[in-house]
Design a binder for this molecule. Structure first.
Ligand code: ZN
Length: 334
């Protein structure tokens, strides 16, 4: 798996232009197609790019819509290029949702085309500039908004409104479904806040490979330090490793976290570096960043994914969270 945000606008200026164009097309499409409402049969076909978005659409549409998820479990949305089959699914769908903020950078082209015929919505469209975190590496807004449950609740609002416009006959049902999903997300947000706050203050540092956790850090008050991109082969890389080792030792941090995309070598260098100075550091567990767990499992849902991350981080850093997570549903391996 390639590292996160490889498809940044700096590296792919064309993608950036396309997404800007997409925004204009969607703004235009939303207002024109919004008037022509769906007239059946049910279920209609809805498509969503990533699992986190598909989960919202499933929860809000209920039995009225059949949801296809384009980017499968475990795949990196930053670099995902749609297949011919994906394009066919998108064109056959009656309504399409994507995360936006350049998360699906390589899908911009096809989404622009689809938006000329079908309503297409970015679920992050309600998030204002003062909420969004600027990512210096890509010179664009950080797209990993789902890591802050309160921020992701705005995405539920977008889906609820979009479906009500698309299928006004069921508007009341969509509102009701959205309300009950929002209630569950509220509980998840409370759990996250409570759990992270239980970590002793000096230990509240999340050292991880990916740059996906900044919204989580801000929302739940935990410092986030990324080791991504640091190479032990360069002098600068070694300096960075030493800087993080210093932090591990001086603050007595007991765990660092990995993801499937992390280079083992860097994590090992941190653990060995700390050990050589008499401080034991463990791998606190693997976190889900841009993709949820296996389909059909609790971790394969948005709520399960966040529950897993929060519970894993809290327990590894000396905080108080039940092994089974918020609802006792986390798999024992975690
Ligand atoms: Zn990412």
């Amino acid at each position: 798996m390639k590292r996160c945000c490889d498809s940044s606008p700096q590296r792919h200026p064309r993608g950036f232009i396309l997404v800007s164009a997409l925004f204009i097309v969607i703004t235009w499409t939303g207002s024109t197609l919004g008037a022509a409402s769906y007239e059946g049969p049910y279920p209609y076909r809805a498509a969503a790019t990533v699992g986190m978005v598909a989960d919202i659409v499933k929860a809000v549409a209920g039995k009225s819509g059949e949801v296809s998820q384009i980017i499968g479990s475990g795949l990196d949305p930053h670099v995902y290029t749609p297949t011919r089959g994906d394009v066919a699914v998108l064109f056959k769908s009656h309504i399409i949702f994507y995360a936006g903020l350049l998360l699906e950078g390589q899908m911009a082209d096809v989404l622009v085309k689809v938006a000329k015929r079908q309503p297409v919505y970015a679920v992050t469209e309600l998030l204002q500039n003062d909420y969004l975190i600027h990512d210096a590496a890509s010179n664009h807004s950080d797209p990993h908004v789902w890591m802050d449950v309160k921020g992701w609740m705005k995405a539920v609002e977008v889906v609820a409104k979009a479906l009500a416009e698309f299928d006004p006959a069921h508007a009341a049902l969509y509102r009701q479904n959205a309300e009950s999903y929002l209630e569950r997300l509220n509980e998840l947000d409370d759990y996250a806040r409570r759990s992270i706050a239980s970590i002793p203050e000096g230990q509240r540092i999340l050292i991880t490979a990916h740059d996906a956790f900044t919204y989580m850090g801000r929302a739940y008050d935990i410092e986030v330090v990324g080791i991504q991109g640091i190479s032990t082969e360069s002098e600068a890389g070694l300096k960075d490793i030493n800087r993080i080792v210093d932090m591990l030792v001086s603050k007595q941090i007991s765990a660092v976290f990995v993801e499937s995309s992390v280079s083992e070598k860097n994590v090992k260098a941190l653990i060995e570096g700390a050990a050589s100075r008499g401080h034991q550091v463990q791998i606190g567990g693997e976190l889900f960043s841009d993709a949820m767990g296996r389909p059909g499992t609790y971790e394969g849902t948005y709520i399960g994914m966040i529950d897993h991350n929060i519970t894993t981080i809290t327990r590894a850093l000396g905080g108080d969270a039940p092994e089974g997570g918020m609802q006792g549903k986390l798999s024992p391996a975690h």
